[in-house]
Design a protein around this ligand. Structure first.
Ligand code: DAT
Ligand code: MG
Length: 152
């Protein structure tokens, strides 16, 4: 089932110059990039993106952090893109993330965990709609898809 997932390099990822490394991992795995932008999140947008966490004690510090610098928002497409994205990123707590995952390789703190990945197809749709107009998601073919077993 072809899905799209929303991936965002967080402010710490930009400060640490990890954007290229993160894009490389998604490219290497074989997902297709269909949307990409650099932007500074305002507080309202951040609140909407993280609305499911509004009652958590760390909500306001999460908003401070995520609005503190630009982020890179991306949409990646593949069969099971949401599940694959979470696998590439690793669990929320970096000390539980195995080496080989992005969080396992690059983070040591739960807030400064470098990257966001949608956790369900429903949330992916919701998050993509916050960051991208439909016209900003680009449809194109890649001939390599055949050789990845993914005739998307
Ligand atoms: P994830 O980013 O793995 O989907 P989440 O949706 O539960 O995790 O939480 C969103 C972000 O909030 C997470 O990336 C980092 C922060 N966060 C989660 N739990 C936290 C905690 N216990 N203390 C501080 N920050 C936390
Ligand atoms: Mg989440």
């Amino acid at each position: 089932m072809i899905e799209q997932t929303f991936i965002m390099v967080k402010p710490d990822g930009l400060q640490r110059a990890l954007v290229g490394e993160i894009i490389r991992r998604f490219e290497n795995k074989g997902l297709k990039l269909v949307g990409l932008k650099l932007l500074a999140l305002d507080r309202k947008m951040a609140e909407i993106h993280y609305e499911q966490l509004k009652d958590k004690p760390f909500f306001s510090s999460l908003l401070d952090f995520i609005t503190s610098n630009p982020v890179v928002a991306m949409v990646w497409e593949a069969d099971n893109a949401v599940y694959i994205g979470r696998k590439l990123v690793g669990p929320t707590r970096p000390n539980e993330a195995d080496p080989g995952t992005i969080r396992g390789d690059f983070c040591i703190n739960t807030q400064f965990n470098v990257i966001h990945a949608s956790d369900s197809v429903e949330n992916a749709k919701r998050e993509i709609a916050i960051f991208f107009a439909p016209s900003e998601l680009v449809r194109y073919e890649r001939s390599i898809m055949h050789w990845l077993g993914l005739d998307l």
